[in-house]
Design a protein around this ligand. Structure first.
Ligand code: F6R
Length: 244
């Protein structure tokens, strides 16, 4: 496990973008597992910037996102498909038909999840999986208590996640109650994992994930068992790690 300490959000974003660009340069047709949320926005911005300078080429890259709200169409501003297009895909030369986000408009949960697993298999698995970290230690929408065995599945969002996400919606009632998410099994099968975290509110989860017991109660703790994990976090997020 490699931990990079960043000065602040900007520095975290640059360091994370560097790791992703190294992957794209080393393997131009790589499969990137991508995440939404506030944490990766700066990383995507930095990658766009390097793409605009001619330093990066995404024309052969495949991207597969972690999760999507069930019931939101891709043109809904709160959908993760919209987020990815708006914050990343629309600004680089990735083939849109090579970008995969679970289909939130597929009402049949089993079909939606099976299709997402199939995409991961079809492209030979994920080379580099980018992860943000929930304040309760969730990764993707795998909430505390979730089994480590699952592939993509439909989840009921917990009250704390609904609470955390409501800032993006007009009213709390508008926050979808279910989502499709890659499971821990999909995440653990990625060849490399890159976790990014910033801010004091992630410090507890990060310390428990990296140094606490491995338990479904803290889903990210399973990453201790992965053999290629890189963490890029700012000082505030690292502040509760005993080794710092
Ligand atoms: C996003 C995702 C979530 C977020 C996590 C952190 O696709 O799967 O697990 O990574 O909730 O979110 P932020 O970055 O907004 O703090």
């Amino acid at each position: 496990m490699q931990i990079y300490r960043a000065k602040d959000y900007h520095d975290m974003s640059r360091k994370a973008a560097n790791i992703i660009s190294a992957q794209v340069i080393m393997k131009p047709n790589c499969v990137l597992g991508l995440a939404t949320g506030s944490t990766p926005i700066g990383t995507y911005k930095q990658l766009i910037d390097w793409y605009n300078k001619g330093d990066l080429d995404f024309s052969q890259v495949v991207s597969i996102n972690l999760d999507e709200y069930k019931g939101l169409p891709g043109d809904n501003e709160q959908s993760y498909r919209y987020f990815m297009n708006h914050n990343f895909f629309d600004h680089i030369n990735i083939r849109k038909d090579f970008t995969f986000v679970p289909n939130g408009m597929e009402p049949d949960s089993e079909a939606a999840c099976a299709a997402h697993n199939e995409v991961i298999r079809r492209f030979g698995g994920i080379d580099l999986q980018l992860l943000g970290l929930g304040r309760n230690g969730h990764i993707g929408f795998n909430e505390p208590g979730e089994s480590f065995e699952k592939e993509t599945h439909c989840v009921d969002l917990t009250p704390s996640t609904i609470e955390a996400n409501k800032r993006f919606f007009e009213k709390e009632e508008d926050v979808p109650r279910q989502a499709y998410t890659m499971g821990i099994k999909n995440i653990m099968q990625a060849r490399k994992i890159l976790i990014i975290a910033n801010g004091e509110d992630k410090a507890d989860a990060l310390a428990k994930a990296l140094e606490g017991p491995i338990t479904p109660q803290l889903p990210a703790s399973i990453l201790q068992l992965h053999n290629d994990v890189t963490i890029v976090a700012d000082e505030a997020a690292l502040s509760k790690l005993s080794r710092y």
